[in-house]
Ligand binder design. Structure first.
Ligand SMILES: [Zn+2]
Length: 319
């Protein structure tokens, strides 16, 4: 895999506030699957899975699960599972090179399709996905905790199925909901796996991008989202909370790319940056200019740690 290119802007985002949580003590699990813990209330209710570190260097999710384990959080109804998805990649996390160590071999969030049954495939992430498969097949709800390269408001990345959007809207502590991602059948994400992606099923998955990968506040945001998710599903008692955010529901209209090493953003745009006028200059790449394609456009998840060729973010508008 090609090395990531760093520029002055991306170097600003290499700061790692807190060391990664120690998770070795959670290796054994209580389900027969390493690093997976399941707690049954003994009372009727859904099975909710909180998944963290799908990407090994997105350490905030592991900190949240560590807090839940230390607090001995147990469901009052239904079943709660906590899953450290890619502990092998997480173990390689290096706070001096935090942009590396996302995967061992390949992206664990792209292997939830035919790879699972393809005997010719033996990458570390595919082996782990096969191990985790029974957990996700048994889940009614999934909260998949991720983080982003740029700071900015937490964002739910959801499919256009009505039930997924409904669930995201109920989780109104998350200020931005993004739909309309181009669906690539050759790289199935966990949020599309099995019943989660089946229009006729009821299992529902939310992928949350909680904040910048290595900022301490991202852990607090991800923890808050997690508690509200579990309260909403009735697994934890609902408690009084401050007023919630007004949500923006956005749909992706374009996924701009860079094609060479000369790419640079024009400014330090956060996730969710808003541009009222079409044609606003966002980035340059040599002579080429990347401008907003329409009025009232949002930039979603600008990419600071880029391949020489690849996506640099997403343009979205109000749905
Ligand atoms: Zn991720």
């Amino acid at each position: 895999m090609s090395e990531l290119l760093l520029d002055d802007l991306s170097r600003r985002y290499l700061r790692v506030d807190d060391a990664p949580a120690a998770i070795d003590a959670y290796r054994e699990g209580n389900t027969g699957i390493p690093y997976v813990w399941t707690f049954e209330s003994g009372r009727p209710g859904p099975h909710a899975v909180i998944c963290a570190i799908m990407h090994g260097n997105e350490i905030a999710g592991a900190a949240v699960l560590d807090r839940l384990m230390r607090a001995a959080v147990r469901p009052i109804a239904g079943t709660l599972s906590l899953c450290f998805a890619n502990p092998a990649a997480y173990a390689r996390f290096d706070r001096h090179n935090p942009h590396r160590g996302r995967d061992i071999d390949i992206d664990l969030n792209r292997v939830w399709g035919p790879e699972l049954c393809d005997d010719s495939r033996d990458e570390a992430e595919i082996r782990r996905a096969r191990e985790l498969r029974p957990l996700f097949e048994a889940a009614d709800y999934l909260l998949d905790l991720h983080s982003m390269q740029a700071p900015g408001p937490a964002t739910a990345v959801v499919q256009d199925t009505g039930r997924t959007l409904d669930l995201a809207r109920r989780l109104d502590v998350v200020p931005i909901i993004v739909t309309g991602e181009v669906h690539d059948p050759s790289s199935i994400r966990l949020r599309n796996f099995g019943r989660f992606g089946d229009p006729a099923a009821s299992a529902t998955a939310l992928q949350i991008e909680a904040g910048q990968h290595w900022h301490a506040e991202t852990v607090d945001v991800a923890e808050d989202v997690t508690y509200r998710f579990l309260e909403m599903l009735g697994l934890l008692p609902a408690i009084d909370r401050p007023p919630r955010h007004e949500q923006k529901i956005l749909k992706i209209i374009d996924i701009p790319r860079c094609d060479g090493p000369g790419f640079a953003f024009r400014d330090d745009f956060p996730n969710g940056a808003f541009f009222p006028e079409a044609g606003t200059l966002i980035a340059t790449e040599g002579e080429r200019e990347i401008r907003t394609p329409v009025d009232d456009c949002y930039l979603i998840m600008p990419v600071h740690f880029r391949r020489p060729s690849g996506t640099i973010g997403r343009f979205a508008v109000r749905a």
